[in-house]
Design a protein around this ligand. Structure first.
Ligand SMILES: Cc1cc2nc3c(=O)[nH]c(=O)nc-3n(C[C@H](O)[C@H](O)[C@H](O)COP(=O)(O)O)c2cc1C
Ligand SMILES: [Fe+2]
Ligand SMILES: [Fe+2]
Length: 407
């Protein structure tokens, strides 16, 4: 666990977590950090605790001691968000100290009780204040459904620091550089990508609530954003606010000037047309990324589709329906409410077809409102005339996606 000073009396503790499935699902290729913060006045508060894994809590206690804070002197546990990646340590802490107070929203209070059987809770509402002494003043600002319904921001007035928990967070391990002003250009790109991975995998479903949280952040004068995952923004907090706004547009159909090719093929018939499409995209100088399903991780698939302004779906018919890994991918995108994308599909069939019908069913059932260019289906191998139709579809996609490009 690394310890960093954010300001006089404010410390960050951060650990890298690797080789896990985040939320039990997401294969996070580049890890994730869990950040926790301590604010010291005459009283001491900890904001966003740590996960409840063996050894992690002990590691936190040791780190606290190293900055001169006896864990037994912590007065307040500020639970911005009850998800156990931030709150899992509470039961362990109760073993070493009995007289602390948990500060959280009403929604979180119910969960603190049901998850950890805790009842020494002070419920806070919009604008409530906690004075820690020595000029440290915390205020609380609920941002419901930024991930869970219980979430709030905590804001420290004297340093103008926003502790935003999941909001403005990113996947990605942090090595030596934890502040935005320390990041190299490569690390800035890395965290932008990991931010999109985090937003698309974890937060996309809640885009309307995230927009409200962005508006709420704008009402506070912010010098520093200190999230629960990823770097701290002290040089330019506006950057992550703007990035998150842009990501919210990606969730609703905008994207970078890139195409995601979501494809699968059993015996190579659809694959022949994918090869042809690649030659067109190279000729047209359009950036693209192929996602071969089911080999690609769901995490990577969602991130890539999310950030692309144009989507190509290449998939054959399988048992009278859409090739199952592609159907599963589209359903997952629907659950994440990735809406409004411009897309073009083609694929092979043997005798009856059926893929096309299921594609439309998935898009409609999930209310995805994707703008689907007329599909091209071909029997067996694609012929010249099929490839010509596919080329037409791809060129139409390139034209239509231009209106969707942001960033
Ligand atoms: C397990 C399996 C199920 C299939 N089910 C259908 C089907 O229901 N209707 C149909 O028209 N073709 C069906 N086909 C034929 C494929 O759609 C056809 O072979 C197509 O060329 C496969 O394209 P691919 O090589 O890109 O996977 C099926 C093929 C397989 C292997
Ligand atoms: Fe969360
Ligand atoms: Fe989290």
């Amino acid at each position: 666990m690394k310890k960093l000073k954010i300001a006089e009396g404010i410390y960050m503790f951060t650990m890298n977590v690797e080789d896990i499935l985040f939320e039990g699902i997401w294969e996070i290729a580049n890890g994730v950090t869990l950040n926790s913060y301590v604010v010291q006045g005459e009283k001491t508060a900890i904001i966003d605790g740590v996960i409840g894994w063996d050894g992690v809590t002990e590691n936190l206690y040791k780190s606290l001691e190293e900055i001169g804070v006896d864990p037994k002197n912590i007065d307040y546990l500020i639970v911005n968000h009850m998800e156990p990646d931030h709150s899992g340590w509470i039961s362990n802490f109760r073993n070493i100290k009995d007289d602390f107070i948990i500060i959280c929203t009403e929604k979180a209070a119910r969960m603190v009780k049901s998850f950890y059987d805790e009842d020494k809770i002070r419920i806070v509402k919009e604008g409530d204040i906690l004075e820690l002494g020595k000029g440290m003043i915390l205020s609380f600002h609920p941002v419901p459904n930024v991930h869970w319904p219980d979430t709030m921001y905590t804001y420290e007035k004297s340093t103008k620091t926003l502790f935003s928990c999941d909001m403005f967070g990113a996947f990605g391990r942090m090595m030596d550089h934890c502040f935005d002003d320390e990041l190299t250009p490569e690390e800035i790109d890395f965290f932008e990508n990991e931010g999109m991975r985090y937003y698309s995998n974890v937060m996309a479903t809640f885009t309307p609530s995230l927009r409200k949280a962005i508006e709420k952040a704008k009402t506070l004068e912010i010098n520093t954003i200190a999230p629960g995952h990823g770097p701290v923004y002290r040089k330019n907090p506006q950057k992550i606010i703007d990035d998150y706004y842009r990501f919210s547009l990606y969730a609703e159909g905008a994207g970078k000037n890139e195409i995601a090719i979501l494809w699968g093929s059993m015996y190579g018939m659809t694959a022949k047309a994918v090869d042809y499409v690649e030659s067109i995209l190279k000729r047209e100088n359009v950036k693209y990324r192929k996602l071969k399903m089911p080999l690609e991780s769901e995490s990577e698939m969602i991130t890539t589709v999310f950030k692309s302004a144009g989507i190509i779906i290449a998939a054959p018919t399988y048992e009278y329906k859409l090739f199952p890994p592609i159907a599963a991918a589209l359903n997952e995108l629907g659950r994440k409410k990735i809406t409004g994308k411009v897309a073009f599909r083609f694929g092979s069939y043997g005798w009856s077809g059926g893929a096309e019908k299921e594609l439309h069913e998935i898009i409609e059932r999930n209310k995805m409102k994707w703008d689907l260019i007329e599909s091209v289906e071909f029997e067996g191998a694609p012929r010249e005339e099929d490839l010509a139709k596919i080329e037409k579809g791809v060129l139409e996609l390139i034209k239509k996606m231009k209106e969707k490009i942001v960033g």
